[in-house]
Design a protein around this ligand. Structure first.
Ligand code: CS2
Ligand code: MG
Length: 402
């Protein structure tokens, strides 16, 4: 069996997605997500111009060899564009292998380690009062874990706080929006919100919070300490993710568990954090960290150090990435939680899939491969629309981390 064709499909069913579809000479197809939010066309060009020509004629069964060929062979290693492109190829080849074997991909990865994949939902609202019914809504649907984000009094909008009742969307059309951020107001507000949430929902609901890289290590240490009475499951991205020493300082001050990794692209980004036990959850994901093959390697390293998985799963990762993540989540021993934000109906229609939510768990499809596809005719009806993630500024206009 040989790779006969590989198509790069860019579509915007409400938001932009890039997909690689690999076709073999006997007609088996596999799909991989290649979406890099706000930089979609860079990955599409990397695939079209540099990767697809080298794939044609290769044996699709050689997943590891193809990974090494693309990673080592390019000489220019790592980076989000490269690793997203490699991920797309890797994911598509696992899909093909599953279809050829007649097995869902999690079976090829060693079989299930659990009955279902525990997911966390996203409760967010502009005010603390509006937040409570949002959280109650998730609890009512059976969620065991909820990420809680709120607006901050005095700030007009805060990244990560969606509009209640609508599909979460981190990018906006055109050039970046420039919201204003104030660390002091945030640090004052968030512990009060969690005090109310814990009082309302009791000790057993898992609560998470995403700082989105906006603090310095000592500010994050203070927040972690202030949140200790409310027993968070994790505090996410407390400082910019590349500042790994920052985690050492936070660790010296607080027992609030830490999570990081949605912007990581390789095991090299995670290595010190994992081996030093500076974090508790590693949130790298299939589409940005080199596919199923490489993410498995990261999770295996994490397992040695009692670090658990917590893969990124926002709406800007396509249903193909979510399907792939679920197969891996089911098969690794050190699974922690999976982020889950349902996609829009338009997106779900473009990516027909067999995974489903039930009582706090997601379950991958039992069909051979990943159990997800792209409807190319439908996808063609939604042309690409330029959209950007925001740029964060302080009240005096300084560009800040986010
Ligand atoms: C967030 C995302 O899901 C998360 O935890 O941090 O909204 C993230 O900012 C976006 O996926 C970026 O594209
Ligand atoms: Mg996050």
């Amino acid at each position: 069996m040989r790779i006969a064709e590989a198509r790069v499909i860019v579509t915007c069913p409400g938001r932009n997605f890039v997909t690689l579809k690999v076709v073999t000479d006997d007609g088996v197809t596999g799909v991989g997500d290649a979406t890099l939010n706000g930089r979609e066309l860079a990955v599409a060009a990397y695939l079209r111009e540099h990767v697809v020509p080298a794939l044609l004629g290769r044996d699709p069964a050689r997943i590891e060899d193809t990974w090494q060929y693309l990673y080592r062979g390019a000489y220019w290693r790592r980076g989000p564009v490269t690793m997203t492109a490699i991920a797309a190829v890797d994911t598509a080849l696992w899909d093909i292998k599953g279809k050829v074997a007649g097995l869902p991909v999690y079976q090829l990865l060693g079989g299930r380690c659990r009955d279902g994949v525990t997911v966390y939902g996203h409760a967010s609202a502009a005010t603390a009062e509006e937040l409570m019914p949002e959280i109650a809504g998730y609890v009512g649907q059976g969620y065991r874990a909820v990420r809680v984000q709120t607006g901050v009094p005095g700030l007009s909008g805060v990244y990560g706080v969606g509009k209640p009742g609508s599909v979460y969307e981190p990018a906006s059309e055109g050039v970046p929006a420039e919201p204003v951020w104030d660390t002091g107001r945030y640090l004052d507000h968030v512990p009060r919100v969690f005090a109310d949430v814990r009082a309302e929902f009791g000790p057993h609901l898992k609560l998470l919070h995403d700082v989105h890289h906006r603090l310095t290590p000592i500010e994050a240490a203070r927040l972690g300490r202030d949140l200790e009475p409310f027993a968070l499951t994790w505090l996410e991205d407390p400082v910019p993710a590349e500042w790994q020493d920052g985690f050492r300082l936070i660790r010296q001050h607080t027992t609030t568990p830490l999570a990081v990794g949605e912007v990581f692209t390789s095991i090299w980004d995670c290595r010190e954090l994992i081996t030093g036990q500076l974090v508790d959850y590693i949130r790298a994901t299939v589409v940005h960290a080199g596919g199923i093959t490489h993410l498995r390697r990261i999770f295996d390293l994490a397992a040695l150090h009692q670090v658990r998985s917590g893969s990124h799963g926002a709406t800007d990762l396509s249903p193909i990435c979510l399907a792939a993540a679920l197969h891996l989540d089911l098969a690794i021993p050190n699974f922690g939680l999976q982020e889950y934000m349902p996609h829009s109906a338009e997106t779900d229609a473009v990516f027909p899939h067999g995974y489903h939510y039930e009582g706090g768990y997601l379950h991958p499809a039992e069909t051979p491969g990943l159990g997800v596809d792209i409807d190319e005719e439908l996808a063609a009806r939604y042309p690409y629309r330029a959209a950007s993630l925001p740029v964060n500024r302080l009240t005096d206009g300084t560009v800040h981390d986010w």
